[in-house]
Structure formats: C-alpha cells, structure tokens
Design a protein around this ligand. Structure first.
Ligand SMILES: Nc1nc2c(c(=O)[nH]1)N[C@H]1C(S)=C(S)[C@@H](COP(=O)(O)OP(=O)(O)OC[C@H]3O[C@@H](n4cnc5c(=O)[nH]c(N)nc54)[C@H](O)[C@@H]3O)O[C@H]1N2
Ligand SMILES: Nc1nc2c(c(=O)[nH]1)N[C@H]1C(S)=C(S)[C@@H](COP(=O)(O)OP(=O)(O)OC[C@H]3O[C@@H](n4cnc5c(=O)[nH]c(N)nc54)[C@H](O)[C@@H]3O)O[C@H]1N2
Ligand code: SF4
Ligand SMILES: [Mo]
Length: 735
C-alpha cells in the first residue's frame, strides 16, 4: 500500500460513522483502494463531529483477529474452536437447520438479536425475513436504549420527538452525559446552545462533565428520576405554569393526572430523591418558563420505573407547550420523498396468530405487537403508513422472556438464534440465564467482525462488512425525517458481506428468494432514493444530508397518532392491559443488609462503544482495565486503596473491577462499566475471553423486582451491592 500523500493521489469519500450509534458525517482518504485516514467533514455543520473511535476505526477493521471468512464450529458448543468454510456450505447447512427447527417447533422457535448500528444498513431486511418465516421473536440492544423510549413516546403522543437545540431556551439532561468523545454531535449541540444563552439543567447523582457545565445540577439518588418529575409537575401544576390552552384542547386525563401529582408533595419528593425542595421549585420554574427540551436519555429507559419516567418526560413536554414547536421538540414523521426502512419490513405479512405468540407480550406489552398494534390505525391516519418502527424499538419481543424460552422451553421452545452484530451474552441482564439459553440452542449464527464471547457460543460465525466498506442510507433510525448517504470507500476484506446480503442469502437458501428480488444492496438504495435522484451514487454525490423543511403543529390538522387522537396523559390502553393508567412511583424492594452499597451500570467509556473495540491497541492503552468508580471516603470505609482489584457483587452475581477513586461520585454509590471482555484472553469454556470475569451483565438481575412492569426491561440504576478486595485476576491468555 502506498503511503498517504496529502497532496495528491488520494480520493475522498463521504461516510457516516457507525462505530457508535450517533452517525457522524466523516471523510475518508482512500489511497490505492484502502482507507488510510478518517477525518472530520469539511461541511461546517458537521465539522466538529468526530471522536477517537471514528478516527481509529480503520485500525480495528484491519485487525488481524477480524473474522474475514465464514467459520464453522468444531467440537462442543462453546469450545471456541472453529474451522473455515465457504459461504455456500454455511448457508446450505443453516437453511436446512432452520427448516428443521421450524418444522419441529414452529417459526416462533427462531429468535433474532440485533443492535444499533445494524439498523443503519440492513434496509429493513431483518424484520422482513422474520415476518416472512412467521417469527415475532425479534430482540435488540435498543430494548434497553432509545428503542423502548420511542415506543413509550408513541403511546403518549404517537411519535418520538427530536429536540430543537438551535432554538431552545433550556436543555434538561436526565443523567445523559454526552462528552467530547461520546456522542459528540449532541455534546456540540448543547455547548452551542449554551453559547447562545440557553440554560442547562442536569440531574445526576454524580457531578458529571455535563453537571459541571450546568446552571442547575440536581444530585438525585439513582433510579429516582420518575419521582423527581412528579416534583416538577407538582410545582408546574400548582403554579399554573403549564399551557392551559394546549391542555384543554389536546390532552386527555389532565384532572386524573392532577390528582396523581397531588400525591407527591415536595417533602415526599425530597425524601425519595434526596434533592432539596427549593432546588426542585427553582428548576421546575426554569423548565416551564420558556421553550425547553428534554433530549432522549438512556438513564430512564433502564429503571424499574422506566415506563412511568418516560411518560412523565412526555407529559412535561406536552403540558408545557414544547411539542412540535420551534425551540421545543419536533414530531418529524416520515420523509415525504424517501421511503424509510420500516416500509421494507413487511409487518403486514405476520399473521395475528403469530403476533400473539410474541414472547413477553402477555406480561410486558408496551413495545410488543400487542401495544404497538393498537396504534396502527392512528399511525396510518397521521403519518400515512401503518407499520412505523422508530429506532427499531416497536414490535420487539421482551428479551428476558426470549432467553427464558430459549433456556427452559417456556411457554414454548426457542431453538435457533440468529445474531446480527450484537453481543447478546453481555448486552442484556442476567448473563447466566443467557448463557444457559444459548447453550440450549440447536443453531446459533453470529454475523460479526470478531469472535466475541457470544460468537464463541455459535455454530457459525459469518463475516460482516464494515461502514468503510459499504454504501448505505441512514434514515435517522426512522426518528428524524433526514436521510444521510454513506459511500463505500474500499472493498471488504476476505469474504465479508453486508447485513443486506446476510438476510438475502439466508432467505434465498430457504426458498424465500422471490421476496428478496434485489441483487445488490445498491439496488435497494437506488429504489429508495428514486424520488430524488437517478441513483444512489448520484444521491450520495449530491447530498451530505437530504432534509425537507420541518412543519410544526401538524396535530392541528391531523391530530396525534394515538387512539384518542390526543396526548394521552392518562392511558386507557395501559388500563385495558391491567396497568395503572397514570404514571406512578414504585418503591425499591426491601433493603438486604448483605448488600449495603448501591451501584449503577453506566458512564460510557470514551475509548470504546459498548462491548466493542477492546482489541484496538491505540484505544486500549488509554483504558486497559474496567474501572469501578468510588468516592475515596467510601473506599476508606471498605478498606480499599486506589488500584485495588475488587469483586462487586449483587444478588445476581459478581464482577471483577479495578478501583478508581473519584471525588465526584456520591458516597455509598459505585459505578460499574458496561461491556468488558478481553479479546486477548482464552476463548470458549469457562473463560469466554474474560466475559465471566468482567461483564456487567452477570450482575444485572432480571426478576420481577428488577424489571419495569409495562416493558419488562431491567433496572440498572441503584442496585444493592457489596464490594470485596481480591487478588489481581489471573489473565488466561489466548493461544
Ligand atoms: N448489561 C448491559 N446491557 C446493555 C447495556 C448496559 O449498560 N448493560 N447497554 C444497553 C445499550 S444503551 C445499548 S445501545 C445496547 C447496545 O448493544 P449493541 O448495539 O449490540 O452494541 P455492542 O455491544 O457494541 O455490540 C455490537 C457488536 O456488533 C459488532 N459490529 C459492529 N459493527 C458491525 C458491522 O458493521 N457488521 C457486523 N456484522 N458486526 C458489527 C461488534 O463487533 C459488536 O460485537 O446494549 C444495551 N445492553
Ligand atoms: N464513547 C462512547 N460514547 C457512547 C457510548 C459508548 O459506549 N462509548 N454509548 C452510546 C450509547 S448506546 C448510549 S445509550 C449513550 C449513553 O450515554 P449517557 O446518556 O451519557 O449515559 P451514561 O454515560 O451511562 O451515564 C450518564 C450519567 O448518568 C448518571 N446516572 C447514573 N444513574 C443515574 C440515575 O439513576 N439517574 C440520573 N438522572 N442519572 C444517573 C451517571 O452518573 C452518568 O454521569 O452513550 C452513547 N455514547
Ligand atoms: S461519536 Fe465517534 S464513534 Fe460515534 S459516530 Fe461520531 S465519530 Fe463515530
Ligand atoms: Mo444505548
């Protein structure tokens, strides 16, 4: 390969980074068919949006451990040993084994787990395949992230809104803490808004980077966000700071809400959250004073009170007049010119009988077909299409229910598990259960870049292409109406193929090829942009982003996409499902003296995205080990010194971490990082490349006390725990 010559000989391509899920527009310098450098876009809108994960991405893609040929398991499941096979051999066997599972147990015995990045590149083919075979059992990491938030927002006002950072007066971050190397575009948008004079309110138990920048920091106890919202509503309703006209015309259930809010006098809220009443009053007034935004946050989609907390955010937005106005939060709907990927998902092909089998929907219906199906008439009326799937978070099965069915066959067996670029063993709660579930499968296929702990349990590992190696069209997760093209900058190595090809090829091998008529990924992309360009190539050469002007207050013409056509402060649908129709506060389970401390899973690592990237030396040397953050005083009480290795245990299990003193942590609270394993450690067996030592999923409980009632997603914020000093863990090296 030639050295990179900045003066000439290089080609520049416009790409969207998928090394995390925020989709920065970047440039790639290509020399002799290889990406030699990633740098920021010269478009002034995107110029500052880049982080170290994007910059080092080509190093990761060129890593010698990358899987570039299809691999087939040899030896026992979980031995971690594989041999090279051809795509044809793999696909023929996979199709035959899927057929066998379907014949024996029914199509619902096939489950799929995917992830955030994948939504940007598969053009709806994942759900299309599942709907055509007849399986409703799709799960995704987004069930613990923006996906479930999107579904709850749809219940309240029919869409998942986007904050208008450019025009707002006030930004409220419920824990959410974007940084210079974490969700950079959001960080830059907030910093830009502050420069313009917008105020910032941060709610965080820890004095985070964003809390440092805030006008008001509310140091609430972990897991108490919903209670804090009740405090704000109390002030806003009592002081009549809400938009009375909007509430009268466009909301149902205000009187009932008012009665519920009256159950939360500020002394009660102060007792639950630990935030002084005068701070609650001051911040509530600031929120209600002008136009304000509550950007999406993962903090409230990972709590036992998630559904209530997310609904309370929605209610605050609605009654304070922030919905679908400039400076508030916009309900963008579909782009009128470019069909989004939901259109390709073919949810209409799945029969009601198969929808009814979706795992977990009986107990926790909110993001499943059971609840989302009830919005279809309204969705069609308002948005012109029935089966909208925002952030891939609608029509999902409940992950813990799927793993139980995989492990124990209850209520019916799930025996084949297709994984697309997700590390499911480590990306949900209760890793022991997930491990048991995976060990009980007849077929596991992992479409991956690396032999992750999950892939180590697979029958086949099929090599995926990377974002520098494919053309794709990103439609803002179907959440915003903008579309961004990403140009292929180089050929994938070895036999790597894209997510589209993965589903297309499995579908063809199973005789479903007539529903997958596109020969190449680019054929679908051409089709999608046909309304605005003669080909995807032309589209990508013309637009950095394709946007149409936003229209505000669309509800005045078409209403909201809910059953009542209004904002549902009170939900008849939830009542019919047997839940409280209003948001409520659910107390923590009784304290157990064996677990005197508390922890939360979170604070993303700047260097890595979720469970990925630990193999890139330039990033790993910056953060070699998983770190438990602890206040020095709590550490002293526990007899710990900086750098000590500890076992942090919940009632579910233990995880090994290195102690790191942080003065900005509250006393008694520990931070556990998400997603640690060590690619350099031994594969398979009882090591699974360190997943059994370091992965947080081992200590995340998923019993009823720790699952949100309406959605069944786990509680990560404020889990009782204890900490014990241990010897430095032994690192079993890979051969
Ligand atoms: N226990 C626990 N679970 C969690 C969380 C937590 O904090 N704790 N966080 C939750 C949150 S917020 C989220 S967003 C989800 C995230 O869940 P995911 O989005 O699944 O994220 P990752 O763990 O990064 O797994 C992605 C996998 O895809 C592979 N990959 C990356 N790019 C490509 C590609 O282009 N092609 C192919 N074929 N593979 C690719 C990577 O190697 C990696 O193994 O996890 C959720 N789950
Ligand atoms: N570099 C990098 N960037 C990333 C990611 C990554 O893995 N690496 N992941 C991306 C993804 S998928 C996501 S979801 C986001 C997540 O990123 P963020 O939204 O920033 O979430 P976290 O970093 O987990 O935690 C943010 C803050 O929540 C606080 N917190 C903990 N418990 C509570 C609580 O109960 N209530 C409140 N109000 N605050 C609490 C923590 O102290 C912390 O300061 O980051 C994205 N950006
Ligand atoms: S923040 Fe970093 S990793 Fe995420 S999309 Fe932007 S450049 Fe890529
Ligand atoms: Mo996330």
């Amino acid at each position: 390969m030639n050295a990179y010559d900045p003066k000439g000989g290089a080609e520049t391509k416009n790409l969207i980074c998928s090394s995390c899920d925020i989709q920065c527009t970047l440039h790639a310098k290509v020399v002799d068919g290889q990406v030699v450098k990633i740098h920021s876009s010269d478009n002034p809108i995107f110029r500052d949006n880049i982080c170290m994960k994007g910059i080092y991405a080509p190093k990761g893609f060129a890593h010698p451990d990358r899987v570039i040929y299809p691999l087939k398991r040899v030896g026992e499941r979980g031995s971690g040993e594989f041999e090279r096979v051809t795509w044809d051999e793999a696909l023929t066997d996979i199709a035959a084994r899927l057929r066998k599972v379907i014949d024996q147990y029914g199509p619902e015995a096939v489950a799929v787990s995917t992830s955030d990045w994948n939504t940007s590149t598969e053009n709806g083919m994942t759900r299309r395949f599942m709907n055509l075979i007849g399986s409703p059992n799709y799960i995704s990491g987004v069930a613990l992230c923006a996906g479930n938030t999107a579904a709850v927002n749809r219940l309240v006002y029919g869409w998942f809104p986007q904050p208008d950072f450019s025009n707002t007066d006030c930004i409220v971050l419920f824990g959410h803490n974007p940084k210079r190397h974490s969700w950079v575009p959001v960080f830059n948008a907030i910093v830009g808004a502050q420069k313009r004079g917008a105020k910032l309110i941060v709610l965080d138990p820890r004095k985070s980077e964003m809390a440092e920048r805030a006008d008001i920091w509310l140091p609430l106890k972990p897991g108490t966000d919903a209670a804090l919202c009740f405090g704000w509503l109390n002030v806003i309703i009592n002081e009549k700071l809400y938009d009375e006209d909007f509430v009268a015309k466009w909301c149902v259930g205000f009187e009932e809400l008012k009665a519920r809010v009256a159950e939360f006098p500020l002394d009660r809220v102060e007792a639950i959250t630990g935030v002084p009443a005068d701070m609650i009053i001051k911040s509530a007034r600031l929120y209600a004073e002008g136009l304000s935004v509550i950007p999406w946050t993962p903090i409230t989609d990972q709590q036992r009170n998630s559904t209530s907390a997310i609904r309370l955010h929605c209610i605050l937005r609605a009654i304070c007049g922030n919905l679908d106005v400039p400076g508030g939060e916009t309900l963008q709907g579909l782009n009128p010119d470019i069909p989004q990927k939901s259109v390709y998902e073919m949810h209409e092909a799945l029969s009601q009988a198969q929808r009814d089998k979706q795992l977990g929907a009986d107990k926790h219906p909110v993001f499943t077909y059971r609840a989302m199906g009830q919005l279809e008439d309204a969705t069609e009326r308002v948005w012109g299409f029935r089966h909208i799937n925002i952030v891939n978070g609608s029509y999902m099965a409940v992950p813990s229910a799927v793993f139980r069915a995989m492990a124990d066959g209850n209520p019916y067996p799930v025996k084949a598990f297709l994984i697309q670029g997700n590390n499911p063993l480590m990306s949900y709660a209760n890793m022991k259960l997930i491990h048991r579930a995976m060990m009980n499968q007849d077929l596991i296929v992992a479409n991956e870049h690396f032999i992750t702990p999950s892939a180590q349990l697979a029958d086949y590992i099929l090599p995926g292409d990377a974002w520098t190696e494919r053309n794709s069209l990103l439609d803002g997760y179907g959440w915003s109406a903008g579309n961004k093209p990403s140009q292929k900058a180089m050929e994938p190595p070895g036999k790597c193929r894209g997510a589209f090809e993965f589903w297309r090829d499995i579908a063809h091998a199973m005789g479903l090829g007539n529903h997958f008529p596109w020969e190449r990924n680019e054929d679908i992309l051409d089709e999608r942009v046909a309304g605005v360009a003669s080909s995807f190539e032309e589209f990508a050469a013309t637009y950095d982003a394709y946007l149409t002007p936003l229209q505000y207050k669309k509800y005045e013409k078409v209403g909201f996409a809910t059953r009542s056509g209004k904002v549902e402060l009170y939900s008849e649908m939830l009542k019919e499902f047997g839940f409280d129709p209003l948001p409520y506060w659910r107390e923590e389970p009784e304290a157990d003296p064996a677990f005197p401390l508390s922890l939360f899973m979170g604070v993303r690592e700047d260097e890595y995205f979720q469970t990925g990237h630990r193999h890139i030396p330039e990033l790993r040397e910056r953060r070699p080990e998983p770190e438990m953050y602890i206040h020095p005083k709590t550490a002293a009480e526990q007899g710990l010194s900086e750098g000590d290795w500890v076992l942090v245990e919940t009632k579910e299990g233990g995880v090994k971490l290195r102690t790191s003193f942080k003065g900005n942590m509250p006393e008694g609270l520990l931070r556990v990082p998400h997603g640690w394993w060590k690619p350099e450690m031994a594969r398979g067996g009882t090591c699974l490349s360190g997943a059994w030592d370091y992965a947080d999923a081992q200590i995340c409980p998923d019993d009823d006390d720790y699952l949100d009632r309406e959605q069944g997603i786990p509680h990560f914020k404020g889990v009782p725990c204890r900490v014990t000093r241990i010897a430095n863990p032994v690192q079993v090296a890979a051969e």
